[in-house]
Design a protein around this ligand. Structure first.
Ligand SMILES: Nc1ncnc2c1ncn2[C@@H]1O[C@H](COP(=O)(O)OP(=O)(O)O)[C@@H](O)[C@H]1O
Ligand SMILES: [Mg+2]
Length: 374
């Protein structure tokens, strides 16, 4: 079957296969044939990737891990560790799937997966308003299953500490980062550095996660790391897989919905970068509107929680609280991601920071509002 991938996930132009001969070499070596260069498409992502049907009729997705080689090698090992975890998972762990891994090359930092045909990402589903309670349950079950795997720690996982949230830049931004940051990013770091309570909240979260009973976590969860077909949900991109606090993934899921709820707020100057005096709603107004938006997404968090519980792990109160705080960090992380190459923070982004602050400073007070608790 020839894949018909969703058009808007495509990047305009894949990296020319002639400049990446190792891709064909890998596919050839795996006995899968070769990609037809003029039929190849590429999806949006941090790493380069190539998809298409090979000369042997196999639909493949190949990704090349970019960035500094040592770090790319670490991330490749993490992707492979996910495969190992899945392979050793009990049969009952049926709720957790990833695209089938077809092979990899450590030397070329490449990994090939079966292309998931006719799939939509979780982010696309959410954007289209099609993300159902049932989807939320399935995602919760997948994450809960992942978190319940390998209690015996047979699979060796990445032992490096998770890089986020960073604490050093809360004191001072490294010179190189300062030099390359946009004005909006610098503004955001300056807010974080000057708000002592908020900075302390972020530091406290990093200390509190040490109390967690570590389990395999995705570590970079977002809705675009999910791929839905009619029958299954696939978890993608486990490059930051580690044994860590389960609250990280749960908080990221909650944070994704918060980010979307806040993003729907009608900011008068959204996206324009201007902020004429008197037209911007106050943070309080924004928070009120965000709370109303959130009521609509609360069931998606409740159903996620039910799915998570169905995989056999209940959320302990301390995990719920840390998840609320990680959701706060996720909001900040999303604003940071939006600030690259921007000159100002929009009122909506400032509102997001206000909400993040509440979550990081008083997580226990918001678990019920968020749907992390009845
Ligand atoms: N096996 C697959 N089949 C179809 N699409 C895929 C597959 N794997 C990834 N994608 C698409 O490619 C995008 C980027 O893949 P991902 O593994 O997340 O790479 P990155 O590390 O660059 O984010 C995903 O968001 C998804 O839309
Ligand atoms: Mg990704």
């Amino acid at each position: 079957m020839t894949a018909e991938p969703a058009a808007d996930r495509h990047r305009a132009r894949p990296v020319d296969l002639a400049e990446a001969p190792e891709v064909q070499r890998l596919l050839d070596g795996l006995g899968l044939g070769r990609l037809l260069p003029d039929r190849v498409v590429s999806y949006n992502g941090r790493n380069d990737n190539w998809s298409g049907t090979t000369t042997h009729g196999v639909d493949v997705f190949v990704k090349r891990l970019g960035g500094p080689a040592a770090d790319a090698a670490r991330r490749l090992r993490n992707l492979l560790a996910f495969e190992e975890l899945l392979a050793t998972a009990p049969r009952t762990a049926g709720g957790l799937r990833g695209p089938r891994c077809l092979g990899w090359s450590e030397a070329d930092l490449l990994v090939a997966f079966a292309l998931v045909p006719s799939a939509v990402s979780g982010a696309e589903r959410a954007d289209a308003g099609d993300f159902t309670d049932q989807d939320a349950f399935r995602v919760g079950a997948a994450i809960g299953t992942l978190h319940g795997l390998d209690h015996a720690r047979r699979t060796a996982l990445d032992t490096s500490p998770p890089p986020l949230p960073p604490t050093a830049p809360l004191t001072a931004l490294p010179l190189e980062r300062h030099r390359t940051a946009s004005a909006a990013e610098l503004r955001l770091w300056s807010i974080l550095q000057q708000d002592e309570e908020l900075a302390a909240g972020i530091r406290a979260l990093r200390e509190r996660e040490a109390e967690a009973d570590p389990c395999p976590v995705h570590g970079d969860f977002r809705l675009d790391q999910l791929l839905f077909t009619d029958e299954v949900v696939h978890l993608l991109d486990c490059e930051e897989l580690r044994r860590a606090d389960p609250a990280r993934d749960i908080g990221a899921y909650v944070g994704e919905w918060l980010h979307r709820a806040v993003g729907k707020l009608p900011g008068p100057c959204e996206g324009t970068g201007s902020d004429p005096a008197g037209t911007a709603p106050s943070t309080r107004e924004m928070t009120g509107r965000a709370t109303r938006e959130l009521t609509r997404t609360r069931p998606l968090i409740e159903r996620f929680r039910a799915g998570y519980a169905s995989a056999g792990t209940a959320l302990a109160p301390a995990v719920r609280e840390r998840a609320a705080a990680f959701a706060g960090w996720h909001l900040i992380d999303r604003v940071l991601a939006q600030s690259v190459q921007r000159s100002t923070l929009t009122p909506v982004q400032r509102a997001a920071l206000g909400i993040a602050r509440t979550l990081l400073l008083s997580p226990a007070a918001v678990t019920t509002t968020l749907g992390l608790e009845d």
